[in-house]
Design a protein around this ligand. Structure first.
Ligand code: PMP
Length: 423
């Protein structure tokens, strides 16, 4: 990576090859979970000897931890463009955030969602505990403009009362960037609100609630170069404040008598149980590091790698890159593709064992979208996603490996977890 790019842990780790020997790992699975930044590890090193349960202890370490936790909230809130009248609740991740929001929408709220969503933004609205009254699932839009039109029409056609549009900022299958600002304008013009799943967007570009005009945003720390366990739901306080606490328990309560409970105000209201102070500290350190490194500059570097990868794949016969929209539409560093004649599971297994390359195969928890994009004869796809540790050598190795596998097929046979031969 070029100078000034924040360093990630595990870069250059040797991995075994089936033919013997090792090669440095080419990680193309950043979209699932990104490796931890060195700067995040350093922040955790500092926090680890000093942590204690926050908010409730009188002891010195409890005070230090409480200050660190609330400082982390302010840092993440600033990074996310959280404004006056907004709250930031620490959650476990995007799935948790969107399930929480589904319990906070006003009773009977109409929720409008595209079939392009990750299951985390598709399913919570109709799941147990959701207060949504009606869920309108829109078909996959043929263009970004069509997405805005369809959303506006659906919101307009919905019955009077609260309405929420839920969209992704960047697809976890195609990397395509959704027109969030225009969708926010359309939602607001119809008197509705918009919630944005920014899980795949924030690792590549900063998401700012104020600048985009979005009402809510959700994302996960483990995709943003911090370890697992902490994520964010941020946005307008009123619905969050009026809803019953997400979990009942200590921390969410102001006062409990034998007969009665008075619940706390935000954000503690939705953070029952002992908060994940280290997760919050790690997430804040990731936000600070990315901000200081200049996400614009990092983004330009990633764009160059993405162009190189897409051009390389496009030059290989029988390789199809999956896009919902025009292939030139802006996207974050994610490419899903298939190779005619080589099933995705086999391709992924061979890339790992024969070339030391880690990709993901399957339907990527976005079954309706991925199935729609798959060309005839394919059941699954391979996804390659880029991040701060990706190098030109990794990209060239992936392209060369796919070209070789497309032409000659794998050198070995592979078995799945149950010992069955991968077809
Ligand atoms: N939304 C999108 C777009 C995602 O890519 C993911 C993770 N694959 C999620 C939501 C869910 O995130 P988490 O698993 O951290 O809850």
């Amino acid at each position: 990576p070029c100078p000034g790019t924040p360093a990630v842990l595990g870069a250059g780790v040797p991995v075994p090859l089936a033919a013997g020997g090792t090669v440095d790992y080419a990680n193309f699975d950043y979209a699932a979970s990104a490796p931890c930044l060195e700067a995040v590890r350093d922040a955790l090193d500092e926090a680890l000897p000093l942590y204690a349960s926050v908010h409730r202890g009188a002891g010195h370490l409890s005070q230090v931890s409480t200050a660190a936790y609330e400082r982390a909230r302010r840092t993440v809130a600033e990074y996310t463009g959280v404004g006056a009248g907004d709250a930031l609740v620490f959650v476990r991740g995007t799935t948790d955030a969107l399930n929480l929001l589904a319990r906070c929408v006003p009773d009977g709220c109409t929720v409008v969602v595209f079939a392009a969503e990750h299951h985390a933004n598709l399913l919570p609205w109709e799941h147990r505990g959701s207060r949504a009254g009606r869920v309108v699932r829109l078909p996959l839009p043929e263009t970004p403009g069509e997405a805005v039109r369809a959303a506006r029409e659906a919101l307009r056609a919905a019955p009077e009362g609260p309405r929420l549009l839920c969209v992704t900022a960047a697809s976890n299958v195609t990397g395509e960037i959704w027109p969030v600002r225009e969708l926010a304008e359309a939602a607001h013009a119809e008197g509705a609100r918009i919630a944005v799943d920014a899980a795949q967007y924030v690792p590549h570009r900063r998401f700012d609630l104020k600048a985009t005009g979005a009402d809510y945003v959700a994302y996960s720390g483990h995709k943003l170069y911090a370890p697992f366990g902490a994520g964010v739901l941020a946005g307008r306080s009123d619905w969050l404040r009026a809803a019953a606490p997400y979990l009942a328990g200590g921390g969410a309560t102001g006062n409990v008598t034998e007969h009665d409970v008075r619940w706390n105000d935000l954000p503690a209201r939705h953070e029952a149980g002992s908060p994940n102070v280290l997760g919050a500290v790690a997430l804040a350190a990731a936000c600070t590091t990315l901000r200081e490194a200049g996400q614009e500059r990092l983004h330009a570097r990633e764009e160059a790698l993405l162009r190189r990868l897409r051009a390389g794949l496009a030059a290989i016969p029988r390789v199809h890159d999956l896009s919902l929209w025009d292939g030139r539409h802006p996207r974050v560093g994610i490419v899903s593709f298939v190779v005619d004649g080589v099933p995705a599971g086999l391709l992924a297994a061979a890339l790992s064992a024969e070339h030391g390359i880690g990709v993901r195969d399957g339907l990527f928890c976005a079954h309706p979208l991925t199935r729609h994009l798959l060309p005839e004869g394919h059941e699954q796809a391979v996804r390659a996603s880029l991040g701060l540790g990706t190098t030109e050598e990794h990209v060239d190795r992936l392209v060369a490996a796919v070209a070789r596998l497309a032409e000659h097929g794998p050198e070995l046979e592979y078995r799945d977890d149950e010992g069955r031969l991968v077809p």
